[in-house]
Design a protein around this ligand. Sequence first.
Ligand code: RM4
Ligand code: NI
Length: 289
Amino acid sequence: MKRILKIDDWFHPDGFPISIERREPQGEFDPHAHEFAELVIVTGGSGLHVAGQDSWGLTAGDVFVISGPRMHEYRDLCDLRLVNVIYQPDLLKMRLLDLTAVPGYHALFTLEPTRRLRRSSMGRLRLNPRELVHVTGLVDRLELELAAREPGFGFMATAAFMQLIGQLARTYGRSSSPDDRALLRIGEALSHLERSIHAEVNLDELAAIAHMSRRSFQRVFQSATGSSPLSWQIGRRIQRACGLLCHSDKRVTEIAFEVGFNDSNYFTRQFRRMTGLSPREFRMRQGMA
Ligand code: RM4
Ligand code: NI
């Protein structure tokens, strides 16, 4: 049977969606998936990490993100030490602001967690000792806030978590291994799509940004994200629309334009295709939740 770690067993009963699990050392852990996402920072020792068909050796400084449904396990452990920062992406009340314009953000948090790119060493972040010290300092601060749970801890812990992922996204951007750079180039294209969410997708422009020919860009983009640039953009627009439907009382037509559609019937069709609901139904259900 597929083992799935449950939110209720791993998070504080107050429901705050970020928690820290230190493994010093990490014991053998059978294949499992989670109802939450997991940011893993390796601080020492060694071991083998297996995720689906990918497996790779771990040592100090390795950082990766495992999305909820993805199965993974640890084997051949030799005093492997790590910190799991576990979080529930949907419940984080965190605005990404301009972070989506940082290519390393996409490489680490959008593309890598599902790892559709098959080359197994591709796009993995390894911190150098100085960076690791900095990052573990940020984790310590987050952990202190979570442990103290003083009034305002939710705000402070969210801010500490933002510092952590912002720092990791930037560090990823400086990484120089050719494999990382390949994933970053797709990250650059995603950042561009994000910044120009209102414009029509221009394949030649995207390919130029990723320094690839038009044909190989389309191929690599598809294998990295599982979709074409156009459906990626539509998906992002719909996601933004979901946010506006829940958190504003703007009219559906207004929202359609705001996220970049110029035809609200087309918007409604795409919305239904992705979510199974019309925008109005979606808003009503969220209101009731
Ligand atoms: C385990 C192992 C798993 C993680 C749980 C929370 O020891 O690190 O990957 O999901 O802890
Ligand atoms: Ni896990």
